[in-house]
Ligand binder design. Structure first.
Ligand SMILES: C[S@@+](CC[C@H](N)C(=O)[O-])C[C@H]1O[C@@H](n2cnc3c(N)ncnc32)[C@H](O)[C@@H]1O
Length: 220
């Protein structure tokens, strides 16, 4: 189980670790390769991209190498993370919203591609299905959603993380729906079921190394 004494609010968790964030993420064995792979999965004719939980923009570094003129909309709860992102890519077409992606209106049939990297493994099943349904609506008819995230190997591990999260939240009297940092990754199989439930018609795990997997969910 994860080392944790007390759950921290999501934005405070990331803001207080910003100074070490990029180095920490890039030191995780599989992540540099995962970011490169994600960028390769974005079709070359993509014009509009939605990035959920864009943070400091680590995935955008690789995406801009292959798609330098892409228009990016990024959403993140932690303004300090997005300040760092803005400093890194001053000349790129980026629109940022400091918001919770669970409440944000993504619009209808607006994006060619949506991505998320290392951010949705904090959500409950109910939150995920609601979010994927909104994402499905926000994509153009040929659109695809690409999720690169921490996923576990067994149902037992998944259940263990959710049980610990419930215990911590009850101990700290955290209200339902409040965003606190704790990892509750799903198995790849359970992730795929949620995408199908949200309406995606072609769903495929395309890559996995260690605890990180990439799933592509195509609208049609
Ligand atoms: C581990 S970081 C990943 C950042 C970036 N995608 C990357 O791969 O480096 C998770 C990010 O998700 C953001 N986040 C978590 N929950 C969120 C929510 N409900 N709405 C918007 N952003 C959220 C956090 O603020 C943080 O910047």
């Amino acid at each position: 189980m994860q080392e944790c004494d007390k759950l921290e609010k999501m934005d405070e968790f990331f803001a207080s670790r910003l100074h070490e964030y990029d180095n920490h993420m890039l030191s995780i064995e599989e992540l540099p390769e995962a970011y490169r792979k994600l960028a390769q999965l974005i079709p070359t004719d993509t014009q509009t991209l939605l990035d959920l939980g864009c943070g400091t923009g680590l995935e955008l570094e690789e995406i801009f190498k292959l798609h330098p003129h892409i228009a990016v909309t990024g959403i993140d709860l932690t303004s300090a993370m997005m300040d760092r992102l803005r400093e890194k890519y001053p000349d790129k077409d980026i629109t940022l919203f400091c918001a919770n992606y669970l409440d944000h209106d993504f619009g209808k049939e607006h994006y060619d591609v949506a991505v998320s990297c290392e951010t949705l493994h904090h959500l409950s099943l109910e939150e995920k299905i609601g979010l994927y349904t909104h994402l499905f609506q926000s994509l153009k008819p040929n659109g695809r959603y690409i999720e690169c995230d921490y996923m576990v190997g067994t149902q037992e591990e998944e259940d263990g993380h959710f049980a610990e999260n419930r215990r911590f939240r009850a101990e700290q009297n955290i209200p339902d729906g409040a965003s606190y940092h704790y990892d509750t990754p799903l198995t790849v199989e359970n992730q795929i079921k949620l995408f199908v439930q949200a309406g995606f018609s072609r769903v495929e795990k395309v890559w996995r190394k260690n605890d990180t997997a990439i799933i592509v969910a195509a609208k049609k």
